[in-house]
Design a protein around this ligand. Structure first.
Ligand SMILES: [Zn+2]
Length: 318
């Protein structure tokens, strides 16, 4: 498939761009190194709480995470995550707290990844997605899955250790597939999940099951959700998706059947759209343009061949 030689192929996918941060994993168990890095004047620290960080506008017109030197950071004994160093040697830490620090200045504001991911540059988006993923994992793995006792944080946030049985638990990532299915007329299959609002259509998606390849997962999910059989499957890109711990693996898939039979449990409605169908549906407001950091919007855009209209812009221009 010549999926990518169009005007949108070079646009970055949210949260997948190189962040310029070296995670420097070899330092995570080196307490002496971490202590020096923590107290170094150039080190930058931010608080993550409930999946949110404080963001602020920059004088250059961008948006960045509010960071401070360590001596200005809130006190925390344990929940300190080392995220890595940049090319200038600056070390970055996130502190997990029960709440974000209060700010007197007006423009700083709390933001979750869905909002901040659209605003932050690659460095800060990368730092945030790392911190949020660790926070989610830490929150859900306080007890040992082997013996049931409490676990404690180790390796600067990247291990939880059981003091009863000695087991070490590592952050887990759940692979999920997300795919734009096209047919022999180059129409795209978009579905609407049961709990989505009227007019929201997107790519099909689902979790990889135990003992399954990702290609098998694409085929199974499309058949389960929409009753459509799939042949050729082409990998496009991946995207960390810590809601709470997924990695989205994005595909283009070619249908070998066209009759739709939705499962009615996950997917309420699915339709084949030609580009012209979709353009008209955006214009009439029948279909809401997908928007946000999700790779779903980019998969649709790659097929559509040009940037999708922004939500709310349906009736203005095209
Ligand atoms: Zn244990």
């Amino acid at each position: 498939m010549s999926t990518f030689d169009n005007a949108t192929a070079d646009r970055p996918i949210g949260l997948t761009a190189p962040s310029g941060i070296d995670r420097a994993a070899h330092h995570r168990l080196d307490e002496a190194w971490l202590a020096v890095a923590w107290s170094h004047p150039t080190t930058r620290v931010f608080v993550v709480s409930g999946g949110q960080v404080l963001i602020d506008d920059t004088p250059e017109g961008g948006t960045s995470i509010v960071m401070t030197p360590a001596f200005e950071a809130p006190v925390t004994e344990t929940h300190r995550y080392f995220l890595g160093t940049d090319e200038e040697g600056v070390s970055y830490f996130a502190l997990q707290k029960d709440s974000l620090p209060g700010r007197m200045d007006q423009s700083a504001r709390p933001a979750g990844l869905r909002e901040a991911g659209l605003l932050l540059g690659p460095r800060d988006a990368g730092l945030m997605v790392h911190a949020v993923a660790l926070e989610n994992w830490q929150r859900l793995h306080r007890f040992c899955s082997r013996c049931g006792e409490r676990t404690v944080i180790a390796a600067a946030g990247h291990i939880r250790r059981c003091q009863a049985c000695g087991a070490e638990h590592y952050p887990r990532t759940d692979p999920a597939v997300i795919m734009l299915v096209t047919d022999d007329q180059d129409r795209a299959l978009l579905g609407r999940q049961v709990h989505w609002p009227e007019g929201r259509f997107s790519t099909l998606a689902g979790f990889v099951e135990p003992g399954e390849s990702i290609e098998q997962s694409v085929v199974r999910e499309v058949y389960e959700e929409a009753g459509v059989t799939v042949g050729e499957v082409e990998y496009v890109a991946s995207q960390p998706w810590p809601f709470p711990s997924s990695l989205m693996l994005g595909f283009m898939a070619r249908a070998t059947s066209s009759e739709i039979n939705v499962d009615g449990e996950e997917i309420e409605e699915a339709r084949w759209f030609s580009r012209e169908d979709l353009r008209a549906a955006f214009e009439s407001g029948e279909v809401m343009p997908p928007f946000g950091i999700s790779i779903a919007a980019r998969l649709i855009e790659l097929w559509y061949g040009k940037p999708l209209p922004r939500p709310g812009s349906q009736n203005r221009t095209n």
